[in-house]
Design a protein around this ligand. Sequence first.
Ligand SMILES: O=C[C@H](O)COP(=O)(O)O
Length: 248
Amino acid sequence: MRQSLVIGNWKMNGTRASVELLAQGIMAGLGDNTAGIAVCAPYVYLPSIGEIINGSRLALGAQNVADKASGAYTGEVSAAMLAEFGCQYALVGHSERRSYYGDTDASVAARFCQAQSQNIIPVLCIGETLEQREQEQTFAVVDGQLDAVIELAGIAAFNNAVIAYEPVWAIGTGKTASDEQAQEVHQHIRQYIAAKDQTIAEKIQILYGGSAKPDNAKGLFAMPDIDGGLIGGASLDAESFLKIYHSV
Ligand SMILES: O=C[C@H](O)COP(=O)(O)O
């Protein structure tokens, strides 16, 4: 039985004061839900959010991590630095990173390995664009994104990783994949991993992301291969995020 997991991705939003309040609001509403929960804060807020949530079940995550360990890479933040501030998760390969900042399959694979080198769990984001879906390339796209990481890190690395399936056409658009559309791809991803390692396929958490909201989360999370969500916009409001969390 896989543990459910809900991760909030705050993206480039908020002020120090507003995200501190948000973290406090989320912590106050965790209740006795035993599912995993984390927030991925902007880098500069990681120290203060880390202090606020220290000792609680709310885990800390980063939105990216450098593809190198250290050195002259202006503007980058290493996995060791994230570990120093208590990050347990790091997103890698979010579609906004891939499309706006040129993160390639190869660099995403390197970021994945860097995170693991510091015992940070990489949350590997994969998903197709609308055009790719319309051309029936969805499975080929996610397979290729997985392959890039498997080739560099090896399938065993997925023992300590999370996958987030995020159809690009559903991110921030209000267009959610239907429960069945999402399940179809989640099942495919799990089968793709199973062909390489059955045990890992059964235990790896595969999250859905893309306009997940309190009113559609329950249906998505009820699907057999959807183990939780990577939540963008709705994670910026404690009440909405908690409603989603309590839907798992
Ligand atoms: O990381 C989260 C995803 O990009 C989903 O964002 P969204 O919930 O605002 O569509």
